[in-house]
Design a protein around this ligand. Structure first.
Ligand SMILES: C[S@@+](CC[C@H](N)C(=O)[O-])C[C@H]1O[C@@H](n2cnc3c(N)ncnc32)[C@H](O)[C@@H]1O
Length: 601
């Protein structure tokens, strides 16, 4: 495999730098202990702005005040920044590559007596960790997996971890599983599915910040997918240092499809570029490269001038070569510096004959001495890709460097050639492309999360609608039942010949039946709601005031009392009035008056 590595990101000077945003990030780090300063600014700023818009705040300084004064705000911000989009077997092709191509070798490398250790870092709500459990259980069998495999599942988002711990998912979340896998690994509980408990016990959830916390160690497989993409290049490379420590030699690292290892071909071998699967290299015991034997021509001695001429031509060719080159002998003494080398690095012919290690180029822009040693020791080319070289303030040149050991015969190299290639234009384009791609990836990720939010809101609206419809239906049924009851009662009241008057709270008229209308000539709509004792009709109501009060106080029926009155047609009658308490909850001061004309003897 070629050792050329990915170019590094541009220097900090190129990254947009908003002091107010930086202050806000420092404040969050110092007051809340969460450090977002290693996150890529473009997507981070976009997420913070989104939350600020939701909170109705326009400036970072005001938003900082809000964070200080409202303890819940940090939770909202945290949830907005950390995008939890995930799914079972996300990027199906990469997972089937893992199952088909990686698992057999991974398991073959494991000592049967030892635990198999797996880590899902940045696991969100656990789908990735359970997908890993399924992959191992499918390869080993459920029983052996439950005995041998331990899966650490970590994230910084406690809410997401809480969900993961529960192991409960909706049918919709399991749509990417075949029915067979779903039924083998999940128990159905109503509309929800629960991951089977024997394997669930082997998945350990915990809070872990990949940018700060000590890594889990001795791993056979580390999946860190779609989390590194939010970090800037410097933080990514610090995290990769930790991951290098975390995985055993020859163990695997599984990244997200938009993620790469930065300049790390020294330590990780690329197993599948397409599926972003890497393997930690084993020590430095790389296979020895057998340099093809160089054929040395036998100088006849006849034509010594010809040989000298050819040698001179070779020297001229090297001198005029378009790439800067420097040649060293086996002691590390400089024996050749060509024209391009002198022009680009300011060397002179006097530097020929000096120890290479005395020249600045031996350690700047990159440490070449150890790489030369490595090339000599391993008898092979060593390449370093896109090394940054500062050529002025904020002016960067990118160089590919090839270190080529030279042999004439025998085991030890006779010297080394170091060749530089200026790849600035290509690297800039590549970086631009990479940045755009990353932008696209994060924007897509955000879009997915916004889509999910929209779907949830839609679902909530729909369920709110359904509730309203149910309540409406209930109201309609109640109203019609009430109408029926009222009709029934009114029917009963009007079929009674006597005058029945119901007085409610404040002794206002609530009901006035047909008997009362016949007796006194007033219609129900004229009296309903009026204070009974203010009404002016043929019954001198003042005479039954006492009766009504007694009834109200005693809660018992009072009467009948005789009252002289004048009926509807102006005839003098004697009216018998009986007052009964209205036995109805919440209407304790109501009464029912029954009024009958006393028949004449
Ligand atoms: C887009 S999700 C990816 C989930 C899953 N790995 C996948 O690929 O489907 C990114 C996860 O990384 C987590 N994350 C972000 N920064 C982190 C950090 N510093 N340490 C650990 N997890 C982090 C987020 O909380 C989020 O759950």
């Amino acid at each position: 495999m070629n050792e050329t590595s990915e170019p590094r990101s541009p220097r900090p000077g190129h990254i947009e730098n908003d002091p107010a945003l930086e202050d806000l990030l420092a404040f969050i780090r110092d007051s809340r202990g969460f450090d977002f300063t290693g996150y890529k600014r473009t997507s981070l700023a976009r997420r913070i702005r989104k939350r600020m818009d939701e909170a109705g705040i326009t400036g970072y300084v005001d938003y900082r005040d809000r964070l200080e004064s409202n303890s819940e705000e940090f939770g909202h911000l945290f949830n907005t920044i950390l995008i939890n989009v995930t799914s079972f077997f996300r990027d199906a092709e990469a997972w089937s590559y893992l199952r088909g191509e990686i698992m057999p070798e991974l398991l073959a490398n494991c000592d049967p007596a030892e635990e198999i250790r797996v880590w899902s870092a940045g696991c969100a709500s656990g789908e990735e960790a359970y997908s890993l459990a399924i992959v191992f259980a499918e390869a080993l069998g459920i029983k052996e997996c439950a005995e041998r495999v331990k899966i650490y599942s970590t994230d910084v988002d406690e809410d997401a971890l809480q969900h993961g711990r529960s192991g409960i998912y909706s049918g919709r979340a399991l749509e990417s599983l075949t029915d067979e896998l779903r039924d083998r690994y999940f128990e159905r509980h109503g509309s929800q599915y629960v991951f089977r408990p024997d394997l669930r016990r082997r998945v350990i959830f915990g809070r872990h910040d990949i940018t700060r916390d000590a890594p889990i160690s001795r791993l056979d497989l580390l999946a860190c997918r779609n989390a590194l993409m939010y970090l800037n290049a410097e933080t990514q490379s610090q995290v990769i240092d930790r991951f290098h420590f975390a995985v055993r030699e020859k163990a695997y690292l599984f990244l997200g499809k938009a993620e790469m290892l930065l300049s790390d071909s020294e330590r990780f071998e690329m197993v599948s570029m397409r599926h972003r699967i890497f393997r930690r290299r084993a020590g430095m015991s790389a296979k020895r490269y057998q340099q093809p034997q160089v054929k040395t021509g036998v100088i006849s001695g006849n034509d010594i001038r010809d040989v000298a001429r050819r040698r001179h031509l070779r020297d001229l060719a090297l001198e005029a070569a378009p790439n800067p080159m420097v040649g060293l002998d086996s002691d590390g003494t400089v024996v050749l510096i060509n024209a391009q080398m002198r022009a680009m690095f300011g060397l002179t012919a006097r530097d020929q004959g000096r120890p290479f290690s005395d020249l600045e180029i031996s350690y700047r822009p990159t440490e070449l001495r150890s790489l030369i040693e490595q090339a000599n020791a391993e008898h092979r080319q060593v390449r370093v890709g896109a090394v940054e070289r500062l050529t002025g303030k904020d002016e960067v040149q990118y160089l590919d460097i090839l270190i080529q050991p030279l042999w004439e015969s025998g085991a030890a190299p006779d010297g080394v050639m170091v060749v530089f290639t200026d790849v600035t234009t290509a690297t800039r384009l590549q970086l631009e492309l990479k940045r755009n791609q990353e932008e696209l990836d994060t924007a897509y990720e955000e879009l997915q999360s916004t889509n999910e939010e929209l779907e949830t809101t839609n679902e909530e609206l729909q369920s709110g609608n359904e509730e309203l419809e149910t309540m409406n239906e209930e109201m309609r049924v109640r109203t019609s039942e009430l109408g029926e009851a009222r009709g029934f009662l009114e029917g009963v009241l009007s079929s009674i010949a006597a005058g029945i008057v119901v007085l409610g709270s404040g002794l206002a008229v609530r009901s006035w039946n047909r008997g009362a209308q016949e007796l006194w000539g007033l219609r129900p709509d004229e009296v309903r709601g009026e204070a009974f004792f203010n009404l002016d009709f043929g019954l001198p109501t003042g005479q039954i005031h006492q009766t009504v009060q007694e009834c109200l106080v005693s809660g018992k029926q009072v009467g009948p009392v005789r009252v002289n009155a004048v009926n509807r047609i102006g005839r003098a009658i004697t009216c018998l009035v009986t007052c009964s308490p209205l036995d109805q909850a919440g209407d304790a001061d109501g009464v029912v008056l029954m009024m009958e004309e006393m028949s004449r003897p």
